[in-house]
Design a protein around this ligand. Sequence first.
Ligand code: M6R
Length: 591
Amino acid sequence: MCGIVGYLGKEDGAHVIIDGLKRLEYRGYDSWGIAASNDGKIDIHKQVGKIGGFDLKRDLPAFHGNICIGHTRWATHGGVTEKNSHPHLSCDKRIAVVHNGIVENYQELKTELEKKGHKFVSQTDTEVLAHLIEEKLKTKKELKDAVRASLKEVEGSYALGIIDREQKIMIGARLGSPLVFGLGKDGFYLGSDVPAFLEFTNKVIFLGEHEMVEVKPEGYKIINIESGQQIKSKIVKIAWSIEDAEKGGQPHFMIKEMLEQPMVVDKTVGTDPTELEKAAKLIRKAKKIYVVACGTALHAGLYGAYLLAQNNDLMVQPISAGEFPYFGHLIKKNDLVITVSQSGETADVLGAVRSAQAAGAKVLALVNVLGSSLMRLADGSILTKAGSEICVLSTKAYVSQQAMFAMLSAHLNGKPEEGKKALRAIKKDIKTILEKDNLKKIRKLAKKLSGVPNIYALGRGINYPNSLESCLKIKEVSYIHAEGFAGGDLKHGPIALIEKDVPVLVFSTNDQVQKEIISNAMEVKARGAYVIGIGPENNQVFEEYLPVSANGFYTPIASIVYSQLIAYYIALEKQLDPDKPRNLAKSVTVK
Ligand code: M6R
């Protein structure tokens, strides 16, 4: 999704913006741009494509200014062109605006502004904001008042960076899209996410909904957009190091993040029991429980639903957040919605949370980003322990979410030590899976799979979510069509897809489910499938066998690592960039 960086300070800020935009690349984008205010004018540079190879000194040596904003754009309104890239300027070129979100009523606003003589150069919704602020400045003296008056007319969502060449002010504002304000020694920063400026400061304020920050060289004010009142906001010190947000010597974030999984599991074991108890209280009080999330986080939620059913005798209804609106009217007071999200900014998840709360239900969030919108909205939250995840594909966040469900389930049963013990064993197992020789073996297998048009995966019960997640990973990063099925569904249709040499990953077990999943493996093998077994016991039906230790309900937390690695190595075989797959964004902040 779009990324925003802003700087106002003593130094020349253009390099701060370019570095920050490079750090936000993981969010996914198709073009980028920067604006710098200097000597009473605003300079703009925009480009279609990636910012990775751009060198400010070499490519734009004269570009400078100490009030700057930049943006990586993921096109929504208007094609991928330089004109549509942000920043956008007002007619008098006094105001430059970058925006993440959607101005839903932009067409009406644009028509009104055109009637007043404003000339538009792009097809974007964002450009109306620059002109609207310019219009308001005709009657409002201060930029902050013109911005507030403009935002009152806007329907939709926004994180905004605004600079004014005349008043030498930068403004950040948010509603529905994330924006963080940084306080450094040499200046002030804006970012869609902390890595944008973590190199310069770890002191941040997470702007809340309907909040804006007015930044001047001498200081800043946090203001409520609706009332205009100044707000006292907490400055938070971020514990992540910049190295944490970088590749740590690995060729890609994806492999770096997969290699961190033993540590992630270890950190989860250390979760504060009071945090778990707060969550457990919400669960105990709930009449009905739902788990709502998107993509990989939904698969983790599905794992949680199986775990709470099998280990805690709790009925939990999983719903994809995008489909939640069609069930929302059935949510009642005393119900609990458990949400799972890496970013805590997924628009569909936030929408579901707001509607569940409006119906009187409580919301518990398993979320990875401190200060995220989801964390702020939820009635209770547990911070998952993945740390910063940069690769667009979610790997370590998934494992951390599954591991957190394991801790929660054990806590609910009053047997926290059982959860910790299992997770320690899982950690050991993941470490073994990630050993060099094993990686070589998986790479060889991935080479075999890299030329096929389809891959399938089968799992039953608690392994079913992993069959879905494996195929999501494979399709996201290798662009090979992949589908996961529940073993029991095989004969109800999917088996028609099986023909000679079709690879099928089978998540097997060594418990009462074993017989059934092995039968499924036999059924696909009888139709020519190339069967890859992942589980605690080998079987003659497997052509390839990838071992995991038997850890009961917790085994899937380790076995998923094989599929993540297979997906990664297929991408490498196909010479694809695993960190930034086409068309995908790290956090989906628009519906
Ligand atoms: O930030 P969230 O966990 O809420 O994101 C949910 C999905 O968008 C995300 O998991 C997506 O499916 C990833 N691309 C998976 O790799």
